[in-house]
Design a protein around this ligand. Structure first.
Ligand SMILES: Cc1cc2nc3c(=O)[nH]c(=O)nc-3n(C[C@H](O)[C@H](O)[C@H](O)COP(=O)(O)O)c2cc1C
Length: 202
């Protein structure tokens, strides 16, 4: 599909991927191999509305019935970041555009730090007079304030901090664990139990 579009397109072709896949890196690889100029991610995540505990009805329904629908907005920011990190690590020299859960610059910054050169907004824009004038204004102002706050680092554009945290995403085995006594297998320190009694030796 991307190849067919690329053959006739006179503008750059960006492929937007669904996150509803086991290995999104494989999808990105196929897109780049077909000539895609950039990858956009994420599309919405498959979801169902929660069930109201009193009425036992889905919060949104038609005659009591629901179908799986795409979820966007704040809930998908961490999910979408995980997908994006997989791809920007696999293809650090390729172009990526981040979307999913962005409503202000602090959200967008995540995507930039993981390696995206641009970001996009859907849900927050829809909630902002349907086209997002305030959201876009706040994003631009947030970027300007961030650059100003980091002036001493010499940052002037997104390119100056793009990908700065891309390599901080590692496998579980590379995460340092506390050693010795203070570590309770990743659980909180034991609470509510009597401290072990000292046993007096006879
Ligand atoms: C109501 C609605 C309609 C959408 N329609 C499209 C569409 O036609 N094409 C598309 O690529 N993505 C579409 N999306 C997905 C969004 O562009 C976006 O990828 C997703 O919602 C995540 O971003 P967000 O958290 O900013 O909403 C739609 C999303 C919503 C909520």
């Amino acid at each position: 599909m991307a190849k067919a579009v690329k053959e006739v397109a006179r503008v750059p072709v960006w492929c937007k991927l669904t996150p509803s896949t086991t290995d999104i890196v494989a999808e990105a690889r196929a897109s780049f191999n077909a000539g895609a100029d950039a990858i956009v991610s994420s599309n919405t995540f498959p979801s169902l509305p929660p069930i109201d505990p009193e009425t036992l009805e889905f919060e949104m329904n038609v005659d009591g019935y629901v179908s799986s629908g795409g979820l966007g907005g704040p809930a998908i920011l961490p999910l979408s970041l995980a997908k994006m990190a997989q791809m920007t690590q696999a293809f650090p020299d390729k172009a990526f555009s981040g979307i999913g859960g962005i409503a202000d610059f602090s959200h967008a910054l995540n995507y930039f730090l993981l390696g995206c050169g641009t970001v996009q907004v859907c849900t927050a824009a829809m909630l902002d007079r349907a086209i997002g004038p305030s959201v876009i204004k706040a994003l631009n102002e947030g970027l300007a304030a961030f650059l100003e706050a980091n002036e001493e680092r010499g940052w002037k554009t997104v390119e100056d901090f793009r990908g700065l945290r891309r390599d901080r995403v590692v496998t579980h085995s590379k995460i340092r664990r506390p050693d010795g006594k203070g570590y309770f297998g990743g659980q909180d320190a034991p609470e509510g139990y009597a401290a072990p009694q000292a046993v007096e030796k006879a």
